[in-house]
Design a protein around this ligand. Structure first.
Ligand code: SF4
Length: 221
């Protein structure tokens, strides 16, 4: 399915242009980290005017919500959609993100997005994951089968390339990023990374969990 001439040096913009041509109903999902900001700019350059879907778990940093708002003000040709499970913070009264982080992610993040996608039924998802975010993502390629096709234009870009691109295009990056939060999720489950750690080392640190479940596992999209 991958065009024969594609290789790790294929520009992400070319991948996005191909994706829009072959899957015009695709949807972007984003948490607006560095990768996501770069993806949106590239998608804008490719002429994307579809939806950008974000799941508000109720536990996001204020800086993340500010980033979302700044991006929606910049890319007015796209429709920013914020989903929510509608759950109040910690309705179980026992900090479920500590006792059952998989269940918390399923309830607050995976379930709302799965429900939305079941209703919209796009043929593909465009997302911003890259290999160098984590050792568990080393096998990521431009195209990835799932419940529906996932297209990963940034699969082979490194952090330095992403930062250079963001600076060149004067993109607003979540301020926490520059304080060592190289991957940013919910505040109870994210810390800044230490020198030498991979980008996602600060997610669910010390809890034996590396993914929220959107992209891996039984409930994956
Ligand atoms: Fe809950 Fe943490 Fe998952 Fe956010 S990242 S949904 S707080 S377990």
């Amino acid at each position: 399915m991958i065009p024969e001439h594609w290789n790790p040096q294929t520009p992400p913009l070319e991948v996005i242009q191909w994706a829009l041509e072959h899957y015009p109903d695709l949807i972007i999902t984003s948490a607006f980290n560095l990768n996501g900001v770069v993806l949106l700019e590239l998608a804008a350059q490719a002429g994307y005017t579809g939806e950008v879907v974000f799941v508000d778990t109720g536990y996001h940093f204020p800086e993340t919500l500010e980033t979302r708002d700044r991006l929606s003000a910049r890319y007015t040709q796209m429709r920013f959609v914020t989903l929510s499970a509608g759950l109040p913070p910690d309705p179980w009264g026992q900090e479920r993100f500590r006792s059952d982080p998989d269940g918390c992610c399923n309830a607050r993040k995976v379930a709302p997005l799965r429900a939305y996608l079941s209703q919209k039924n796009p043929s593909a998802l465009l997302n911003a994951r890259s290999r160098d975010q984590a050792s568990t993502r080393q096998g990521l390629d431009f195209l990835e089968p799932g419940q529906r096709l996932r297209i990963n234009p940034l699969a082979y870009w490194h952090r330095a390339q992403l930062e250079a691109f963001a600076q060149k295009h004067q993109l607003f990056v979540n301020p926490l990023y520059w304080s060592g939060f190289l991957s940013i999720g919910c505040w109870p489950c994210t810390r800044a990374v230490r020198p030498g750690e991979e980008a996602r080392a600060g997610r669910w640190s010390g809890r034996g969990k590396t993914e929220c479940g959107l992209w891996q596992g039984e409930q994956a999209l």
